[in-house]
Design a protein around this ligand. Structure first.
Ligand code: ZN
Length: 376
């Protein structure tokens, strides 16, 4: 980062205006822009320019991690620039936003012409330098595209680094539905893509999640999506007699580092154990207000569970979701009487239905626990 004293910075081709009033150095690049534009909508730069010159040091919002500081507040010439600790591409994207023409702006509203990587850079920069209006506009534009083109959005982001950055920014800015949509599509790519693409998406998800306190749920779900992607829960061919070779490969776990290998194996073990518990109907609570509880409800529930789980998935999440689907809408919880001829409805079926829905929610919430993802 930054230029060495001997290195002469080059003037940016697009954003060094000879009539500009403020020189900014970013790495080995000089930008010369109009101070009035720079500070018009930025509470950050307004503060910076109001400070006594050449004596102040200020930091951008959320910039502490990267040591983003502006020092030597000059900006009047190439020899005395304001120094910003950003990447050249990020700063160029900010300049694009400041100087955009109407047709450039309109192009961003259209899926065919939108430059998504640049909009992500603009969000990051306008968030850091507190350009509230520009940040809102960029969020709304990207949000709209990700809603109408959900399954094509990630491939247009220009690489996983941008997707990682965007997801963290979603949480930092409280854009939770956007975060959810991005995570769902990301998990979908891990689950359904071919092996190499899935692995790249998985590694990118782990890189993002391991470095962020926002992503614990996503972290667990990424491991789960990877296990689904390598079809570890699928039955496979029937075993032959006298052949009990049941070797399982977790998809080249030796290529994962030690901590990731442990998360993956622990998660698989824990989920497989949960699935084996689901072979037995879960115990139901007592209900003193139901006088048929011990005989009909408990027996009926067990009979219903055993019947419903006959052809259920080996994946515990899909198993529970399958049970929820069987009870969706107006479907009632029925079971066959001992003679097998008549179906009877379980008296407490409404409470039991609610219990099954609760199981699905708890399963979803506890995915990171299966994979031993640490709590902060
Ligand atoms: Zn009952």
């Amino acid at each position: 980062m930054g230029s060495t004293p001997n290195q002469i910075p080059t003037r940016d081709q697009a954003y060094y205006f000879l009539d500009g009033s403020c020189v900014i150095q970013v790495q080995d690049h000089l930008f010369r822009v109009h101070r009035s534009l720079l500070e018009r909508d930025s509470s950050f730069f307004q503060t910076v320019f109001s400070l006594p010159q050449a004596t102040s040091v200020a930091e951008g919002r959320g910039g502490g991690e990267e040591g983003d500081a502006i020092v030597a507040l000059e900006g009047h010439s190439d020899g005395h620039p304001i120094i910003c600790q950003d990447s050249v591409d990020d700063f160029r994207a900010l300049c694009w936003a400041l100087y955009a023409r109407p047709k450039d702006i309109i192009a961003q509203q259209k899926w065919l012409t939108v430059d998504i990587p640049r909009l992500i850079r603009i969000i990051s920069m306008t968030h850091k330098y507190e350009y509230e209006h520009f940040e809102d506009w960029s969020w709304e534009t990207l949000d709209a595209h990700s809603t109408t083109n959900a399954d094509q959005f990630i491939p247009r982001c220009g690489g996983w680094v941008h997707v990682q950055k965007l997801l963290i920014l979603c949480y930092q800015s409280g854009r939770l539905p956007f975060a959810q949509r991005l995570e769902n599509e990301w998990l979908n790519i891990i689950r359904t893509s071919d092996a190499s693409e899935s692995r790249i998406a998985f590694d990118a998800a782990l890189d993002a999640a391991e470095g962020s306190s926002y992503l614990r749920r996503f972290h667990g779900k990424a491991y789960y999506a990877y296990l689904k992607g390598i079809r570890i829960f699928q039955q496979g061919p029937v075993m032959s007699i006298a052949n009990s070779d049941g070797y399982v490969d977790l998809g080249g776990p030796s290529t994962f580092n030690e901590p990731r290998r442990i998360h993956l194996c622990q998660g698989f073990w824990s989920l497989a154990r949960l699935r084996s518990k689901l072979y037995t109907a879960p115990k139901i609570d007592d209900n003193p207000s139901c006088n048929k509880h011990t005989k009909e409800c408990k027996r009926g529930w067990e009979a219903w569970w055993n019947e419903a789980s006959k052809s259920a998935s080996n994946d515990p999440g899909e198993f529970i979701q399958g049970m929820v689907s069987k009870l969706s809408g107006n479907s009632s919880m029925t079971y066959k009487n001992k003679d097998g001829a008549r179906s009877a409805q379980v008296p407490c079926s409404n409470q039991l239905k609610e219990g099954v829905r609760q199981m699905a929610k708890i399963f979803d919430d506890s995915i990171p626990d299966h994979f031993l993802i640490p709590r902060d």
